[in-house]
Design a protein around this ligand. Structure first.
Ligand SMILES: Nc1ccn([C@@H]2O[C@H](COP(=O)(O)OP(=O)(O)OP(=O)(O)O)[C@@H](O)[C@H]2O)c(=O)n1
Ligand SMILES: C[C@](O)(CO)[C@H](O)COP(=O)(O)O
Length: 226
């Protein structure tokens, strides 16, 4: 299975002055943890790292300090995650019929989650790892008044990996570019094209490192894994 890792963000919500994936987490750059999970996922045979040119030297340095036995390709990122994944899709080898996409920032995903997604992707055109929502969610209007409390049993929090048939996802991205759709994940493009996206139970620990508190939580989780 081919794996694309979007790693071309900035980390504005982290308040970082550089790509947050270069921040050290328990002795290793954040992205190193993601790459180690990809290395240990037996289903993954090829890794595309989507990064910004100014981070290239740091990304290569990460690779030189960990053991990755699989072919790795660097791909130039775009100004949004959507644009970065679009670029990644263009660079996939011709033989890639299906692809998993996993955020570099979700560095606690286990190899088992990647392998489960790869196995299920053989049976469906699109999938998303997700977990049920634990909180009661409120819909609020622009004056700050709650207008709805949706039924929680239908709410899932999106994660990555997300996986797709390459031809279909490329067509969805192309349509999104033509029509000016702006989305935060690839499943949303599939949905907008009325294509089915299958839920794969994700992992509660598979958080996206977004703000400084996530770093502290991630460190706790990694330490508890021993
Ligand atoms: N232009 C971009 C923006 C984001 N990403 C990647 O998409 C994933 C999810 O994005 P997010 O966590 O929002 O990362 P940032 O864009 O870095 O964060 P922020 O929105 O706080 O700036 C991350 O692995 C990030 O590196 C990307 O490849 N290209
Ligand atoms: C793809 C994603 O990680 C799924 O949770 C997420 O949508 C990335 O973007 P966000 O803007 O940080 O939600």
């Amino acid at each position: 299975m081919h794996l694309l890792i979007p790693a071309a963000g900035m980390g504005k919500r982290m308040g970082s002055d550089r790509n947050k994936l270069l921040i050290t987490l328990l002795g290793k750059p954040l992205l190193a943890w993601t790459l180690i999970a990809a290395e240990n996922a037996t289903s993954i045979s090829w890794i595309g790292i989507i990064g910004q040119p100014e981070d290239r030297a740091d990304l290569e340095n990460i690779l030189s300090n960990i053991f990755i036995s699989k072919p790795v390709q660097f791909i130039q990122g775009g100004s949004t995650r959507q644009q970065s994944v679009y670029n990644g899709l263009q660079e996939l080898p011709d033989e890639a019929e299906r692809v998993l996409i996993h955020d570099g920032a979700r560095c606690l995903a286990t190899p088992d989650l990647l392998d489960r997604c790869a196995a299920i992707l053989a049976t469906c055109p699109g999938l998303i790892a997700a977990v049920t929502v634990k909180d009661t969610i409120k819909v609020v209007d622009n004056t700050g008044i709650v207008i709805d409390t949706p039924d929680r049993s239908n709410l899932w929090a999106a994660q990555t990996p997300q996986g797709f048939e390459v031809k279909l996802l490329k067509a969805c991205h192309d349509k999104g570019r033509d029509l000016g759709w702006e989305v935060t994940d690839d499943a949303a493009l599939f949905e907008k094209c009325s294509l089915p996206v299958t839920i794969v139970p994700g992992e509660e620990t598979n958080l996206k490192i977004t703000t400084p508190v996530d770093l502290a939580i991630a460190e706790f989780i990694l330490k508890s894994r021993g």
